[in-house]
Design a binder for this molecule. Sequence first.
Ligand code: MIC
Ligand code: SF4
Length: 645
Amino acid sequence: MGFTLAHKILESHLVSGKLVPGEEIAIKIDQTLTQDATGTMVYLEFEAIGINRVKTEVSVSYVDHNILQTDFRNADDHRFLLSIAKRYGIWFSKPGNGICHQVHLERFAVPGKTLLGSDSHTPTAGGCGMLAIGAGGLDVAMAMAGKPFYLKMPKIVGIYLYGKLQPWVSARDVALYLLSKFTVKGGLGKIFEYFGPGTKTLTVPERATICNLGTEMGATTSIFPSDEMTLSWLKAQDREKDFVELSADKDAKYDEIIEIDLSKIEPLCACPSSPDNVKKVAEEAGKPVSQVIIGSCANSSLKDLLIVSKVLERYKVHPDVSFEINPGSLQVLENLVTLSAFKSILDGGTRINQCGCLGCIGMGQAPPTNSISLRTFTRNFPGRSGTIPDYIYLVSPETAVASAVKGMITDPRELGEYPEIILPEKFIINDSMLIPPLPENEAQKVEIIRGPNIVPLPPLDPLPEDLEGIFLLKVGDNITTDHIMPAGAKILPLRSNLPAISEYVYKNVDLEFPKKALEIKKTGLVVGIVGGENYGQGSSREHAALAPRYLGVRIKLAKSFARIHRSNLINFGILPLIFENKEDYKKISPGDTFLIKNLKKALSKGEKKIKINIKGKGEIFAVLDLSERERKCILAGSLLNLAKE
Ligand code: MIC
Ligand code: SF4
């Protein structure tokens, strides 16, 4: 029986464990990436580990999320990140150079290698045949220190593609189609591996779009084979030497197979306010739109912007629409200019922003009240845009530009003949904003520059014998890390200041949460949160674990957890408990007091069934399914404490 591509890469990087779905494995990490919003914390953690230089083949620190230097704090963060990169042997991608995933695909992704990134959309590099996984910051810090990455061996789902996309239908629609089938939790514990003749019709950036959006289904990662398309991408990037041909064996055994006829896919959109609320664009057509934005790590490649350019050669942007472009990278922008494709974009009435995440993480670009905004972004979680309530649709660049010129949601096939898009055989490459690592002898002398907003991590106490506390909050299914720890222009500057950012935990759900939690903490009790299915979906931000922990949260009791958030909870000593009987969810009300007796003893013995006594309501049971390593981490109070031990 043959092997899948994911299996082959995992096997060649296996440090411990067996490649059996559900078992904990450890793999060697070749490359890491961080971005500024998670990066400051990652490097504070890396410093705390006490290593002299990164041990990976390549580590890159990108600045793309918060590039709004509204005061000293953001500028200080950037300077801190640059000095860290110089000191520890890390590449530095300056603000303005582009979104981490787009730049990584262009300049660093290597087929067959492993990449761990402190950003949930790290799987984008799977478009180049790389096994790329998003993780919490501390896991990335450990990988930079040469430690393996631990994960539960996922199931490998083979997605067999055949046929060819119709004109005006693009990779984004394939991802939306998959989201409609799998929903936001259907990829949990799975790797999506694409194969079949249809893969040959998709370029690397198109494959990257599909891999990128696997994250929205909760998948561990997604991957395409490395073939002639990969070779032509690497050639165009002047990186032919990085090419190796890679694919699954002909008789590879997948845990599940799904077939997709690309020619049957139609333009789709994710309606407000979840990436899996998918409908045909035709069904929503005619609704007026006030804002349309092309950008984000999912859809801001050269091809995406060339389509826009071609459409704007024929049409102008509708007067009622703010049409905005956030190019994925400096390379994308420069090639657009060189191909003379920028002129029609400007002539057509487009607002151009710098290369970066911007409105995708609520850094500006908030839509007006009670109006529809169409975006090629990754997520339309409620309020993420900065306007509450918001009406955000996620669409392909084709649908976006068609709607921008018509002033209403429009099926792009209405625009008539599909323009010819020719990608250059060689891209203009400009690495002037990519700063290479310093040689070791020079790096040793670099001083780390910290601003007053960069606050060291407070100590995290080990697990006490008994846990007594109050369930302060009860939430429903699919709670995102944007609910738990919102981002946006006001909060993002606080990512390196834990006490300050903690004041915003659950701000859009219960404004008083931080204050009430700290009051409970002062009495010596701990705080508990009750959740539904897929608790903590979305981003990799460890602040969604770390900040609640700072406020005294020690247990989260849910029906199920999203992968990265669960790991982050464990890394910071919060128990991810799962209801043994989901019906018990109904029994708990906010304000209930709980007691878990002899918890430390139970954990030390490896017990999986935990008895929780709820005052006035009796006992319920929860499952604590931890590996030995995870148990030790919770007992120590955090992975950092454990690493120091
Ligand atoms: C996101 O798209 O939600 C982010 C912002 O890129 C996050 C990382 C963060 O919160 O800093 C992610 O996807 O992991
Ligand atoms: Fe940036 Fe948005 Fe991509 Fe996150 S999803 S990395 S915020 S562009």
